[in-house]
Design a protein around this ligand. Structure first.
Ligand code: ZN
Length: 413
C-alpha cells in the first residue's frame, strides 16, 4: 500500500445538476473543489513569488509536462515538483501531448470563441510547416526543421511524469484540430483509447517499482470534439478503466462547452474528480461547475495581467487606458488581494507598467515593469481563486444558481 493514497470525496451536490463541492486528497495536501489551479508552465507561476502563493489562497499548480521533461531528473532529485516549485502544494502535470502536437499535426488546436477564429487557426495550420506527425506508436516530432525526428510515446510520458512527481498526472491523448473531420476525430479517439491503456499499464508498473514515492493519481483525458456519440463513447470507455480522475479536453467552439461537459460527466464515475483543461473565464467556470467539473486551469488571468487587463466584479478594465492616469483608487475597492491591500493605486501601477514615471534608467524601467506585472498577476489570480471559493460556498449554501445569475449579471453587464 502506497503512502498517502490519492482520493476524492464529495461534500455537497448541486440539486438537479451534475455539479458538486468536494475535496481531493493528495500526498501534498487537500484541494477543496471547485478550485482554480494556477498555471506554472516551468514549475513556477510567472510573477507570483512563493511568498504570495498561499496569501492569495492558491491551492494547487499545474505545469507543462513537456517543458519539465528536460529537467525531470533534477526535479526528482529535489524531492518532486511540489518541493522544487517552492510552493509546497499539490501539483499537476499534463502529458506533454498538447505541446508535442503543437509542433505540427495539432497546429491551431484551440477552443475558439467564433468561426473567424477558426478560419484564422486553419490558415495558420495550413501555412506553417508541420514538424510533428501522429502514428500508432506515438508522435514523431522535431522542435526545429533541422533537428532529427524524435518519438514521443505514452510510455515516455508516464516515465517523465513519474520522475517529476506531481500528485496528478495525465494520460497521453491526441488532441484533434478544430478543423478536423468527424472521421479523423473518430480515428484519433480510438487511438487515444489505446494510448490510455498503454499509459495505465506503464503507470501501474512504475507505481509498483517506485513504492517508496508518494502515490500519483492518473487522469485519462477525454476527447471527441463536439460530437455527442464520440464524447459519450470516450466517457464510457475511459470511465470503465481504473483511472483516478478525468481531464476534459479538446478543441471545440465555446458554445458547445456545456453540452460536451454534460455528455461526458453524466457518464463518468461520479466518485472521481474531473479537471477542465485550459478554460477559466468566469462564465466557463460556472458552466464547468454546473456540469460536474471540479478543477480548472487557464493562463488567461496571468497573461492578461501582463497586458494590463484587470479583473473586477464589474467586468474587466484595461489599466493602460488613459482614464486611469489620475485614478487614486486601488485596482478594485474592497479587494482583499495583497496588491489592493498594500495601497497601490491604479495610477501608480499604471505608471510602473507604462514606464512614464519621469527620468529612469533602463534597469529601473525593467524593475518597475516587473513589479507592475507582479502586482497585476497577484490581483487577477486572487480574483479567479476568490470566485471559485465563492462558488464552493454557494454550493454548500444550496444557493449556486442564484449566486451564478447575480454574479454573471454584474460582471458582464
Ligand atoms: Zn486586488
Amino acid at each position: 500500500m502506497k503512502q498517502n493514497q490519492f482520493s476524492f470525496e464529495i461534500t455537497t451536490k448541486i440539486p438537479d445538476a451534475l455539479g458538486r463541492a468536494g475535496i481531493i486528497h493528495t500526498p501534498h495536501g487537500d484541494i477543496h473543489t471547485p478550485a482554480f489551479v494556477v498555471v506554472g508552465t516551468y514549475a513556477k507561476v510567472r510573477f507570483l513569488p512563493s511568498s504570495k502563493f498561499h496569501r492569495i489562497n492558491a491551492q494547487a499548480m499545474i505545469s507543462n509536462g513537456f517543458h519539465l521533461s528536460k529537467f525531470a531528473d533534477e526535479i526528482e532529485k529535489a524531492g518532486g515538483l511540489s518541493k522544487y516549485s517552492l510552493y509546497n502544494c499539490p501539483t499537476i502535470t499534463d502529458s506533454g501531448g498538447f505541446q508535442v502536437m503543437s509542433f505540427g499535426s495539432g497546429l491551431g488546436k484551440v477552443v475558439s470563441m467564433d468561426k473567424r477564429n477558426i478560419a484564422r487557426e486553419q490558415f495558420k495550420t495550413e501555412n506553417k510547416k508541420r514538424l510533428a506527425r501522429v502514428s500508432e506508436e506515438g508522435v514523431y516530432f522535431k522542435t526545429k526543421d533541422t533537428d532529427p525526428e524524435k518519438l514521443f510515446t505514452p510510455e515516455y510520458s508516464m516515465k517523465f511524469q513519474h520522475k517529476i512527481g506531481a500528485d496528478i498526472i495525465m494520460s497521453f491523448d491526441e488532441l484533434t484540430n478544430i478543423g478536423d473531420s468527424r472521421e479523423y476525430n473518430e480515428e484519433a479517439l480510438n487511438r487515444t483509447y489505446r494510448w490510455a491503456e498503454r499509459c495505465l499499464d506503464e503507470h501501474q508498473k512504475l507505481t509498483h517499482e517506485r513504492i517508496d514515492k508518494p502515490y500519483q493519481g492518473l487522469y485519462a483525458v477525454l476527447q471527441g470534439a463536439h460530437y455527442q456519440d464520440l464524447r459519450e463513447k470516450a466517457a464510457r470507455d475511459l470511465g470503465a478503466m481504473n483511472f483516478d480522475g478525468y481531464g476534459l479536453g479538446g478543441a471545440f467552439e465555446k458554445e458547445h462547452l456545456s453540452d460536451i461537459l454534460f455528455w461526458c460527466n453524466r457518464i463518468l464515475p461520479e466518485s472521481k474528480p474531473r479537471h477542465l483543461l485550459g478554460l477559466s473565464k468566469p462564465d466557463d467556470i460556472f458552466v464547468g461547475v454546473e456540469n460536474g467539473c471540479d478543477t480548472f486551469d487557464c493562463v488567461a488571468p496571468t497573461r492578461e495581467a501582463r497586458h494590463g487587463k484587470i479583473y473586477t466584479p464589474d467586468g474587466d478594465i484595461n489599466l493602460r487606458n488613459a482614464k486611469f492616469a489620475d485614478d487614486p483608487s486601488p485596482l478594485f475597492e474592497g479587494c482583499q488581494c495583497p496588491t489592493c491591500k498594500s495601497n497601490y493605486s491604479r495610477e501608480e501601477i499604471r505608471k510602473l507598467l507604462k514606464n512614464n514615471g519621469g527620468l529612469k534608467t533602463a534597469k529601473q524601467i525593467e524593475e518597475d515593469k516587473q513589479l507592475a506585472m507582479e502586482l497585476l498577476t497577484t490581483h487577477n489570480v486572487y480574483f479567479i481563486i476568490k470566485l471559485t471559493q465563492q462558488i464552493r460556498q454557494s454550493i454548500h449554501d444550496q444557493n449556486f444558481f442564484n449566486f451564478r445569475d447575480k454574479w454573471l449579471k454584474r460582471y458582464y453587464s
